[in-house]
Ligand binder design. Structure first.
Ligand SMILES: Cc1cc2nc3c(=O)[nH]c(=O)nc-3n(C[C@H](O)[C@H](O)[C@H](O)COP(=O)(O)OP(=O)(O)OC[C@H]3O[C@@H](n4cnc5c(N)ncnc54)[C@H](O)[C@@H]3O)c2cc1C
Length: 587
């Protein structure tokens, strides 16, 4: 087999990387079905038209705010908008820099029931002034109000949650730049949405309906220091995990960073979503100690470092963790020191199974043997996914259309042979018909790429459709039941889908395709049932993609009121004006 051509037509679906070219050519839109709430940041027409536009929005916002508060008091908890309860400018006079007393009175206001607390964001005039100040502070080429750029940065073709375009996109190149943007945001009370690799899947970086500054971190992508002897590396937050690993390889350093989420993801976003990936079964997730130290700009404009470079520290509680999975709502990460690990030789193998249950049970058994630690990855691709890879034309020799496990085994050649014998034996016990090693490095790379590009294969196999990707995670013993019930449910709903999973962790993704709004509703309902099914099995609404807008409604059910209130208390203390990525994460 040869490496697949990455120029297949469907792969013209480009990554939303803006780093190389800030003003990117427009990409094919996959999100035309996106419900568009009214938006104060859709600035079209003359200034007076915009003022009228705004006045209308302000009146509607105010009325909705009052009604919303009333409704919430009556026990209605579901929001119609991406935002928190925010009474936009109708109650706000222009925004001077926030003072200490503002902050402390805002903190005292934390006794007010959070649902009824309103955040006062900047008026259109304030937003205009903020944009002017950004233009005075940064070179023109790094501040954009081009409608296409605002739209592209404010929504994702990978998610179908409510979104608005940003008011302005600004590109930072240093921690000092980020401080300047944060201070301008605070001065004019304009929310900031951090944006980096743009591969997150739950509406994480969608624009805010009262106007927002998109802080594009993607060009802060330098590797600053590699300490080979200590096994760590310091980089800017916009560095991509793939670039970090290829740089280490090019320099002949036998170390790598094992977190491997979506192609194009960056360190800042990976901290933001608390990511993991195919290597998690062996190396754990972002919540393990792979981030030793973070440099963070807080909403106050203060710059902190969460730790030093030592491998471990018992000095206080773990403030690094505070930012992992915080989805850009507590601070903006500008630099990170990553722990690296030794690159161990690997071999890639594939085994087919009669059904998903047999495949998952085989992995569970394999991981319990003394050979378990030699399994770097154990990935499930269901029969639909195998068929999609074939149909998308990614392989010269079609794969067998059966539920399949992709393994990466690691160790010395001898231990890989021993491990593979053990794996094969257990696979046979669970009815596996074939167990094949990739015969060359290229073939191994191809198999792995096909796993990583599951989303594109799914879309490629169903031309003209869009795809909703969701992930849940359950205790591993519950996974076969979850997959079985979910497949039956999706089939009953008449939906086309593929399933891939980091099954060694009990984590699986359903990629469900749809072609119109009616079908999107059916998908939405199926995802809802899937999440409830996972939580009922003592699992989680997201094993790795995070909460964003899409999963906020499940947090109380999963974590309990007390835990969610603790999260909100931290948010209120750190970001009393609710300026960092509002409307995401907190229910
Ligand atoms: C094909 C595909 C496969 C994927 N596979 C996986 C997988 O295996 N495992 C997995 O975990 N995920 C996976 N994902 C999801 C995605 O890659 C991860 O969520 C990733 O961590 C997002 O990183 P990013 O740089 O793209 O962040 P973005 O999408 O740019 O941002 C993510 C969040 O972090 C915030 N943020 C961004 N930069 C910063 C910063 N500097 N400081 C503070 N906050 C910031 C944003 O505001 C947002 O809330 C996949 C996605 C795709 C499209």
């Amino acid at each position: 087999m040869t490496l697949p051509s990455r120029t297949s037509p469907f792969l013209s679906w480009t990554w939303r990387r803006s780093s190389a070219k800030f003003f990117r050519p427009s990409r094919p839109r996959l999100d035309i079905l996106l419900p568009r709430p009214y938006s104060t940041s859709t600035w079209t027409g003359s200034a007076s038209e915009r003022a009228n536009q705004f006045r209308k929005v302000a009146i509607v916002s105010f009325a909705l705010g009052v009604l919303g508060c009333y409704a919430l008091q009556k026990g209605v908890s579901r929001r119609a908008d991406t935002g928190d309860t925010h009474i936009v400018s109708s109650v706000h006079t222009s925004g001077p820099a926030v003072t200490d007393s503002d902050l402390s009175s805002s903190l005292n206001a934390s006794n007010v029931p959070s649902e009824c607390k309103s955040f006062t964001y900047g008026t259109p005039q304030d937003i205009k002034k903020a944009i002017e100040e950004l233009r005075q502070t940064f070179p023109q080429s790094r501040v954009s109000t081009d409608p296409d750029v605002l739209h592209l940065h404010g929504s994702s073709e990978n998610s179908y949650h409510p979104s608005s375009p940003h008011s302005v996109v600004v590109q930072a190149s240093s921690t000092e730049d980020v401080v300047k943007v944060v201070n301008i945001s605070r001065k004019y009370r304009v929310p900031i949405i951090p944006y980096s690799g743009a591969t997150s899947l739950e509406g994480h970086f969608n624009g805010h309906s009262s106007g927002s500054i998109c802080l594009d971190m993607s060009t802060m992508d330098k590797i600053l220091e590699i300490n080979e002897a200590d096994g760590d590396l310091t980089c800017q937050a916009g560095a991509r995990w793939e670039d970090i690993n290829s740089t280490l390889t090019e320099k002949g350093i036998p170390l790598f960073f094992p977190l491997d989420p979506g192609p194009g993801a960056t360190i800042g976003g990976m901290v933001g979503t608390g990511c993991s990936g195919t290597n998690a079964v062996r190396y754990g997730t972002a919540k393990a100690e792979w981030f030793l130290n973070l440099t963070v700009v807080l909403p106050s404009g203060k710059v902190i470092k969460t730790r030093r470079r030592a491998r471990k520290s018992a000095a206080g509680f773990d403030t690094t963790k505070l930012f992992i999975g915080a989805e850009g709502t507590l601070g903006i990460i500008t630099e990170a020191t990553l722990r690296l690990t030794t690159r161990v030789p690997t071999k890639v193998a594939m085994a087919q199974f009669p059904n998903v249950e047999m495949a998952v049970n085989a992995v569970n058994d394999i991981l319990k043997t003394p050979y378990g630690p030699h399994i770097q990855c154990a990935e499930l691709l269901d029969d639909n996914m195998m068929s999609a890879i074939n149909a998308a034309g990614l392989v010269d020799r079609p794969y067998l259309v059966q539920d399949t496990l992709f393994f990466k085994l690691q160790g010395s050649p001898e231990s890989i042979m021993e491990t593979s014998r053990a794996v094969q034996e257990i696979a046979n016990k669970y009815g596996s018909s074939r167990f094949e090693f990739a015969s060359t490095d290229e073939e191994a790379e191809e198999i792995w790429q096909n796993r990583k590009y599951a989303l594109m294969s799914t879309l490629g196999a169903h031309p003209g459709t869009k795809c909703w990707t969701t992930d849940v995670c359950v205790p591993t013993s519950k996974l076969p039941q979850l997959v079985y019930e979910t497949k039956a449910d999706l089939a009953k709903a008449g939906l086309k889908y593929t399933i891939v999973g980091h099954v060694g962790d009990g984590n699986f993704h359903a990629l469900i395709v749809f072609s119109d709004e009616k079908e999107l509703e059916v998908v939405n309902a199926a995802v809802h049932r899937l999440v409830h099914r996972a939580i009922a099995m003592d699992g989680t609404c997201s094993g790795e993609h995070g909460v964003g807008i899409g999963k906020t409604e499940y947090l109380v059910e999963e974590l309990g009121e007390g835990t969610v209130e603790l999260m909100k208390t931290v948010k209120r203390a750190v970001d009393p004006l609710n300026l960092l990525n509002p409307g995401k994460l907190y229910p």
